[in-house]
Design a protein around this ligand. Structure first.
Ligand code: ADP
Ligand code: ZN
Ligand code: ZN
Length: 792
């Protein structure tokens, strides 16, 4: 017997399938979907069995045998194997890259590295790791004395438990000083923060938890700089924790649906009852009770002994959503969470695989959850760009969901108050069935919204970031003990440092972007590559000492608000939430302690449902309008509508204020009047004229290399390949520099292909992709092909 195997070699090696002999003792054991270890050149590597057959087309004596199986039960089903193949074709990527996206990180071949506590523990920890998924004859061993010794300080501090280290799998990171005694100061320049951090780490005799380092005011960026310089090392260790174990959820009973909800529920039910792979667009204003519809549809699916998959844009941002699911379905819910460690994720994955959970809630990659017998797939806030993966494979969760729904003959529900233009257009054409919820479930009315023209505000002499109207409205809330949510889509303190003599702005040396000033760390940070520089008093360019900071970020606005209102403020941005669990902690503080103001970047725009929030203010509604992206208007409309939707969701009615320099822009005007239909028409006209989606499909080619010349050569070549092979109806835009021309020392150039129908395109894309995979090995020139890109 022989097995066709996809091996886990570098993702750039395209779709090759290798054949191996199944050893006699394993013929009854190894099945399609198993992970196996196979000889590959001089190495032993991991592979996945995708087919089993009795014969091979060439000399069987030349075929090497499989070394051993890595699991008791196959980890991939036939459905997922086929899905991987089709996605690899569609998104022009390798089979293996999709397979390893489908599986939890712990099962990928890299997982050994993640688990090794020290060099001598490879084989042993691998065995421990796989826990209940072990091949028959291998025993589970305990940790070695040395491994335990390494963990002792953590155990003493109660960070991990001895038993749980062995049976459960949580990753904890800690940094350890490697060269504590001698520090050549030249390595640091002005990076005092790094030296300070090194001193801090050295206080601990062996190692310190990374979270503790961050608790003490240091950033991930500073730690990374020290790692890069070789002064500290990050090591992963194992411990055990169920993130939801200690939590008690109040039971939540189904609510009686209103007429609109009932209608939506009935239509979806019909599809569930008749095994129809129908896609619904549930277009419901914020607070209209979409979630209640999801919950009741899922209940129905569970009653039919089928399973449900529920996707949310980002679980960390929507703890309330998880709580509602846990409250309704209890332990029947598995949460696949990007904030979980690899080990925790694996636990949840196994729970799903072993059919111990009927409902799976998770972010984008959960669309691959190993559920069988699916009864419904729900994608909440379907317009969110997080559903599109930005690395290979660059898949969109909605496409995967529709694919799986066809396999299981079950409906897909796409829910949003602000559907993507593409989805709405499909509902207009009847490809999707549209269901409307036009009224809020509790208050019945949407918040009252108004726009403040900030140019006029300046003319009247108010140069503050807070307009008079907003200031009054906030004061009113403070007086009444109600709460305000403020959006500022920009983190950091000031946007940039500028020399008032020569106009010089310090840029990141690796990227084509200015550095952002962060006051707490007193440093300039690159938001793209994490580069950190000290703040200088003098201009690097002209030595003038007339340097100042311009623009405002959340950190600075927090200060301004404190001075203005003299109240407590919760600030939520990437800086305050980088630690695991901090989102939820900050939101709980905001809710339970009735903190008057929540200030945050767009992470506060989604999912929050607090009865006491009656005012939402957007400090600068224009930030997204200026993005170099044809979806800038759409993203502006969506963000404004979503954040406005946080106000007055319950008994108290709400008010919303948008501050803008473009009060007449239709994205802002129509968000103010909450008129999705008008926005859709207007935006669609623009898309038609500019020949963008949903009228055209797109493929974006991005080439990157350290040298501009190489990028130009490659894009010119791709341009020629496309001209030679597509029809004259297709439009090729470029080559041109990407919006940010250099990131991480790499120049980036792009070509955008727009087309309506190109039957041969997929073959052309694969040909170009293979050519550049080979090129990459030679001169590190990298090509990214993004099919249906979300950012252009
Ligand atoms: P959406 O998901 O559309 O933003 P939610 O499902 O969060 O809306 O509903 C908003 C609020 O209305 C929630 O507090 C929810 O409990 C409540 N709600 C939803 N449907 C009903 C209903 N049929 N009866 C009473 N309250 C409801
Ligand atoms: Zn200067
Ligand atoms: Zn950078």
């Amino acid at each position: 017997m022989y097995a066709s195997i996809i091996v886990s070699v570098s993702a750039s090696d395209v779709n090759k399938v290798f054949e191996y002999k199944i050893p006699d003792g394993l013929t009854d054991f190894i099945a399609v979907g198993h992970r196996v270890l196979v000889p590959f050149g001089p190495r032993q590597i991991q592979g996945y069995v995708i087919d089993i057959k009795n014969e091979v087309g060439y000399d069987p004596s030349k075929i090497k045998p499989i070394t051993r199986a890595l699991d008791v039960k196959p980890v991939l089903t036939a459905e997922l194997i086929k899905l991987a193949k089709d996605l690899a074709d569609y998104y022009v990527t390798s089979y293996i890259s999709v397979i390893e996206t489908i599986l939890p990180a712990a099962l990928k071949s890299k997982s050994k590295k993640m688990l090794s506590l020290s060099e001598d523990s490879t084989e042993q920890t691998e065995v421990i790791w796989h826990g209940m998924n072990l091949p028959p004859k291998i025993e589970v061993k305990t940790l070695s004395a040395r491994q335990l010794a390494e963990l002792k300080p953590l155990i003493r501090r109660g960070e991990v438990e001895e038993e749980t280290i062995i049976t459960q799998h949580t990753k904890k990171k800690y940094a350890r000083a490697l060269k504590p005694t001698f520090i050549p100061r030249g390595d640091f320049g002005r990076a005092y923060k790094q030296l300070e951090l090194l001193d801090f780490i050295e206080q601990y005799d062996e190692h310190v938890l990374q979270s503790e380092v961050i608790d003490n005011g240091y950033t991930q960026g500073t730690i990374n700089e020290l790692v890069k310089k070789g002064y500290v090392e990050k090591v992963d260790v194992v411990s055990g924790r169920d993130p939801y174990k200690s939590r008690v959820f109040e039971e939540d009973l189904p609510k009686e649906l209103n007429a609109e909800q009932q209608n939506a529920y009935d239509k979806i039910s019909h599809s569930v009852d008749h095994d129809l792979a129908e896609t619904f667009l549930l277009h419901g204003v914020t607070g209209s009770g979409k979630t209640e519809v999801y919950l009741q549809v899922i209940q129905k699916v569970l009653d039919k002994e089928r399973t449900a998959l529920m996707l949310v844009p980002e679980i960390a941002l929507t703890p309330q959503m998880v709580n509602r699911f846990k409250a309704r379905f209890g332990d029947d819910v598995a949460v696949l969470h990007s904030g979980l460690s690899h080990g925790e994720k694996y636990d949840e994955w196994l729970k799903v695989k072993n059919q111990q959970a009927g409902v799976v809630v998770g972010a984008r990659s959960s669309v691959f959850a190993p559920v069988e017998n699916l009864g419904v797939i729900i994608i909440d806030e379907e317009h969110e760009t997080t559903y599109k993966q930005q690395d290979r494979p660059m898949y969109h969760a909605t496409e995967v969901a529709k694919y799986r729904s066809k396999y299981y003959n079950c409906p897909v529900i796409l829910g949003s108050a602000t559907p993507s233009l593409e989805s709405f257009a499909r509902s207009e054409r009847g490809v999707y069935t549209r269901l409307e919820l036009n009224h809020r479930a509790v208050t019945k009315t949407l918040p009252e919204t108004k726009t403040v023209d900030m140019s006029e505000e300046h003319r009247k002499g108010n140069t503050s970031i807070v307009s008079e109207a907003l200031r009054e409205a906030i004061n009113l809330r403070i007086g009444r003990g109600e709460q305000t949510v403020l959006l500022l889509n920009r983190r950091g303190y000031a946007n940039f440092q500028i020399c008032q003599s020569c106009g010089h702005v310090p840029n990141c040396p690796n990227c084509d972007i200015s550095l952002t000033y962060h006051k707490m760390q007193h440093s300039l940070l690159c938001h793209y590559c994490g580069y950190e520089a000290g703040v200088t008093r003098e201009c690097d360019n002209c030595d003038s000492d007339d340097v100042t900071f311009r623009g405002t970020g959340t950190e600075k606005v927090e200060e301004t608000l404190r001075d203005m209102f003299n109240v407590d403020i919760v600030r939520m941005d990437n800086d305050t939430t980088s630690r695991k669990g901090m989102h939820e902690k900050l939101l709980n503080t905001f809710e339970n302690e009735k903190i008057p103001i929540l200030l945050g970047t767009q992470m506060i725009a989604k999912g929050l449902d607090y009865p006491n929030v009656t005012l939402v203010g957007v400090l600068n509604a224009d930030t997204m309008l200026n993005l170099p992206d044809f979806r800038a208007n759409e993203k502006t409309y969506q963000l404004l509508t979503q954040v406005a939707g946080r106000a007055g969701r319950h008994e108290l009615s709400g008010e919303v204020i948008f501050q803008t320099y473009n009060p007449e822009h239709y994205a802002i005007e129509l968000a103010e009047s909450n008129d999705y239909a008008a926005f859709y028409e207007k935006e669609l006209a623009f898309r038609r004229l500019a020949r963008y989606s949903p009228y055209y499909f797109h493929v974006l080619f991005t080439v990157s290399h350290e040298q501009v010349k190489k990028c130009l050569e490659a894009t010119t070549h791709i341009h020629k390949e496309l001209v030679d092979s597509v029809t004259d109806k297709a439009i090729i835009v470029g080559p041109s520099p990407s919006p940010i021309e250099r990131i991480n020392r790499q120049y980036r150039f792009q070509i955008l292909l727009k087309y309506k129908s190109e039957p041969n395109l997929i073959d052309v894309l694969h040909k170009i992709n293979e050519y550049y995979n080979e090129r990459y090995k030679k001169d590190k020139l990298s090509l990214k092909i993004d099919v249906d890109p979300k950012y252009i």
